[in-house]
Design a protein around this ligand. Structure first.
Ligand code: GDG
Length: 479
């Protein structure tokens, strides 16, 4: 079996549970064959020696039989590639927020430089039969840069965020270049069928791609395979975490503290894609329309700080603080606060108990690739007395989780109605819905996701060399 090489913006030690489900799942595949994980070190260098755009020092570290190799970025590259193009252009546009995109021309050049840097640093570390799996929107053109340097390995790409429809994509000034570079991958994976369809429409309408059998597309003289591979969570590990001493303690503390209340929970990175202000407004509407919830319904909203150096994130932070403060001011009593708003990161081991103690889980993004919180909420429930998931139809997870109460998060009134329905739902119905949801997240858990993607990639024919290294090295990168 060939060695696995993972490339992502950041790397994590797969032996540490704090690294999260993705690192653990990838870690299992990596441990089987030994692996290399390549990414940015997280370090920004300011000094002249390392602070040259497009250059960066390499660091190597062993984590069991996984080798972690990371590269530093200089301030200029970091700002243009990470803050700029990745998080101020691709993130908003791929989440359908053209209004929030900042299309500064210098960003694209930095993005191109860092992808080039990753390719140059990674290439000498590769073995001929390595399977390479590149993750997410930071690294779309990586395969193209590797191919230009002569790499013929199998390369797969997984997009963790949504794929927008062609006319949204068209707002990105470099959209044609970006999409063309996707054809240097052998396999491109999306979270949902809807994303795959958007991709298919784009390549047919904008690149005159030919649609071949078995999910293959031919354009730019190259063929790629594309598919939907909905990411899952490690359901068993999450259930185990709920059952540890700390997990149980957290659950009991919450149940005791809120014994006279109905608890609702939201857990999100504080990101404008997550629909947080709309959710808070729907909760306010619930209190107004269904006053029996006064003095009872309590929303714990965890909004962990995220990308605070991007402007749009500071705006949403202020908006949330104001909205939550106003609701507590208008409705709160001496012994009841409707919203507990926590703008901090909560330890992972406390999440299962919190989810399990909650009657309702609110997962209402305006747009989301998948949304793992929805799956974590289901995994943590007591099957004998489960809570109800209220889920946005615009989360990738909605394609799989049909037994949740699906809502349009822009429709404040009907979202409030759905929350009320969740709060009032009889035990039998809660159990039936939960059983179906749990089965679904177990069938397609994170191990299924990882194995299915890699098996599909490894079954593809390796591509023939397309150019020799010397010729390609001088080929300019077209943007
Ligand atoms: C991207 C895509 C896709 C959140 N707050 C805390 C905390 N979290 C954890 C959750 C969950 C994870 O972070 C968030 O995952 P999501 O899937 O909800 O969202 P993104 O971070 O936007 O992830 C998304 C995902 O990639 C995977 O492909 O599903 O669509 O946007 O695990 O529990 N964890 C801790 N404290 C917090 O305060 N410990």
């Amino acid at each position: 079996m060939s060695r696995l090489v993972i490339v992502s913006n950041r790397v994590a030690d797969p032996r540490k549970p704090a690294a999260g489900g993705l690192a653990v799942a990838l870690g299992e595949s990596m441990k089987k064959t030994g692996a290399l994980w390549f990414g940015w070190s997280g370090k920004i260098v300011e000094t002249a020696a390392g602070g040259v755009p497009g250059e960066g020092e390499l660091h190597t570290q062993k984590a069991g039989n996984v080798t972690l190799v990371t590269v530093d970025l200089c301030r200029q590259d970091h700002d243009a590639y990470y803050l700029g193009y990745s998080n101020d252009v691709l993130w908003p546009v791929f989440h359908y927020r053209l209004d929030l995109g900042n299309y500064e021309p210098g960003f694209a050049a930095g993005y191109r430089r860092v992808n080039e840097l990753f390719a140059r640093k990674l290439l000498p570390l590769l073995k001929p039969d390595d399977t390479i799996w590149v993750h997410d929107y930071h690294l779309i053109p990586l395969a193209a840069r590797l191919r230009a340097l002569g790499c013929t390995n199998r390369i797969g790409f997984f997009l963790h965020i949504p794929m927008p429809p062609p006319l949204i994509m068209a707002a990105i000034p470099q959209q044609d270049w970006l999409m063309r570079t996707l054809f240097d991958y052998d396999l491109v994976g999306f979270q949902s069928e809807a994303d795959l369809l958007n991709f298919s429409h784009y390549v047919q309408s904008e690149a005159q791609a030919e649609v071949l059998p078995d999910g293959r597309y031919r354009a730019f003289n190259r063929t790629l395979q594309a598919g939907a591979f909905p990411i899952g969570i490690d359901v068993d590990e999450f259930a185990r975490m709920a059952d540890t001493r700390e997990g149980r303690q957290m659950f009991q503390r919450m149940r005791k503290e809120y014994s006279r209340r109905q608890l609702l929970v939201g857990v999100d990175r504080l990101d404008y894609s997550k629909g947080l202000p709309q959710r808070i407004r729907a909760f306010r509407e619930l209190l107004v329309r269904y006053p029996e919830n006064l003095n009872s319904a309590t929303l714990i909203q965890i909004a962990s700080p995220s990308r605070e150096d991007v402007d749009a994130y500071a705006d949403i932070r202020d908006e949330m603080a104001n909205l939550c403060g106003a609701i507590n001011g208008d409705f709160g009593e001496l012994d009841w606060m409707p919203i507990r708003y926590i703008h901090r990161t909560v330890a992972r081991k406390r999440l299962p108990g919190l989810y399990r103690a909650s009657r309702v889980g609110l997962v209402t993004p305006l747009r989301d690739g998948m949304n793992l919180v929805a799956k974590e909420f289901i995994a943590a429930q007591d099957p004998a007395d489960p809570g109800v998931l209220v889920l946005s139809r615009f989360a990738g997870a909605a394609e799989q989780l049909k037994e949740a109460l699906l809502v349009n998060p822009y429709d404040i009134e009907r979202t409030a109605q759905a929350i009320q329905q969740a709060l009032q739902m009889p035990l039998d119905e809660r159990r039936n819905r939960h059983q179906a949801l749990l089965r679904r997240i177990k069938e397609q858990d994170v191990h299924w996701w990882c194995e299915t993607f890699l098996a599909t990639l490894q079954n593809l024919e390796p591509r023939a060399p397309q150019c020799n290294r010397v010729a390609c090295r001088v080929k300019p990168m077209l943007v």
